[in-house]
Design a protein around this ligand. Sequence first.
Ligand code: SAH
Length: 220
Amino acid sequence: MRELKDEYIHKGLRKQLVDLLRTKGITDETVLNAIGSIPRHFFLDSAFDRIAYEDRAFPIAADQTISQPYTVAYQTQLLQLKKGEKVLEIGTGSMYQTSVLAAMGVKVYTIERQKQLYDLTKRFPFKTEYPNIHFHFGDGFEGIPEEAPFHKILITAAAPKIPEKLWEQLKVGGKMVIPVDESDSTQRMLRLTKKKDGKEKRESFDEFSFVPMLEGKSQQ
Ligand code: SAH
């Protein structure tokens, strides 16, 4: 396991990243503070040490990606988090987005379907910084019924449609942020709010490109 060091160079690059996110339209200071506090290079192979703060997605294990910082900031801003809320995240991946949520003082329940990634995050030393993260290996389409309802649900993979079981696990007044397939390669970011009658209020945002949300789990 390599040593994790957060040096001046990383802090400087991170500050530049936060400034860039501001110019791209991220305005929620609590989100910008969280991004400013999390060493993104910890979540990548050491070969990416200096480019970790570019606003790009990068490959991680199991043919998956760490989301672009702008996408992480965008989705997190749409969630309108309040301290202490219970948040369900689908797609732990590198655990970067998970850590941004945890840094904002919410209780995070995160699910990953790739055993290899789940095992890596379980062993990741940085996770001890955030005892408010609960890791699950499983199929995100199923959610975590025994922990429901959630105030917020975040999906970080391209969903073919709104997963019904996840919608059921959302509190009344709660919000789901989800990129839903619009074409073979792009998704529309949606924010769904659950109304008192159980119906949805739907808001549409920008177009993004995520790796697919797949059914079942992978043991490899
Ligand atoms: N938030 C992550 C993004 C990872 S990419 C990060 O910042 O690093 C999306 C992740 O979703 C991948 O790790 C993929 O394995 C996972 N995924 C896809 N379908 C899933 C499902 N049904 N349940 C749980 N995780 C899923």
